[in-house]
Ligand binder design. Structure first.
Ligand code: ZN
Length: 245
């Protein structure tokens, strides 16, 4: 009776350990996807900011182009008119206006050259950033496809395990099952451990002689380690899955 119960508990524990591993794998895949999505979101935002900046530069460029064209036109007009002026005072004023226009024009032309350079640099950066974005999106699609497939398989495994666990659980007495659950929630999750060399594998404590003998003999009530409280059992063949987390 006890031996059967122990075997069932060990089988249950194997499923629960596997369950935890599967959940962790699912989490890892989903975290990987989330990280990639966040990164792409940030890159897209950067790209959008760059596009807004480039649009601003283009507006500035058009303004400067219009301004310099207007100044050129006015300068040409003033230069034609100055030839017809005979009055010294008017000549002085016209010359000052021409000088002012020339200054403004040369200043605006310099600004325009700077803006054009800026525009070229920014557009080149956008091409690079957009390329990177597209590459990352392609990568995301591949990772998404792979993760979705893996997670689907993992979830199917979880479901298979769930059904098997339900079956096993019906074969365990309610208070033993409760005890098992409580023990699982503590420490490293192992509730059922082997006795090896007279020691509890869970906490390495040497078990009292009498208890060790009872465990060795089997057939008695379920035995617990006095220190870690885990259910301890003996397996004749030595190797056991109960010790692997
Ligand atoms: Zn122990």
């Amino acid at each position: 009776m006890t031996v059967g119960m122990i075997e069932t508990l060990v089988a249950l524990q194997a499923i629960d350990t596997r369950h935890r591993g599967l959940l962790r794998q699912i989490d890892e895949h989903e975290a990987e996807l989330a990280t990639l999505r966040t990164e792409i979101g940030m890159r897209q935002q950067e790209l959008e900011t760059m596009r807004v900046a480039v649009a601003g530069i283009a507006t500035k460029r058009r303004e400067l182009e219009a301004l310099t064209q207007d100044e050129e036109r006015r300068l040409k007009d003033r230069r034609m008119r100055i030839d017809r002026i005979r009055n010294d005072r008017e000549l002085d004023a016209a010359q000052r206006e021409i000088d002012g226009l020339k200054d403004a024009l040369s200043r605006h032309e310099e600004e325009l050259i700077a803006v054009m350079e800026q525009s070229e640099t920014s557009e080149a950066s956008i091409v690079i950033a957009a390329g990177e974005c597209t590459a990352r999106e392609g990568e995301l699609a591949a990772v998404d496809e792979r993760c979705t497939l893996v997670v689907r398989t993992l979830r199917a495994d979880l479901e298979t395990d769930r059904l098997e666990r339900e079956q096993l659980a019906t074969r365990i007495e309610a208070d033993q099952l409760r005890r098992y659950e409580t023990l699982r929630q503590r420490g490293e999750g192992l509730a059922v451990v082997e006795m090896r060399g007279g020691c509890c594998v869970g906490c390495r404590m040497r078990l009292p002689h009498q208890l060790a003998n009872e465990i060795m003999a089997g057939g008695g009530p379920i035995a617990c380690c006095p220190r870690c409280n885990r259910i301890v059992f003996h397996r004749d063949d030595g190797e056991s899955t109960a010790t692997s987390a």
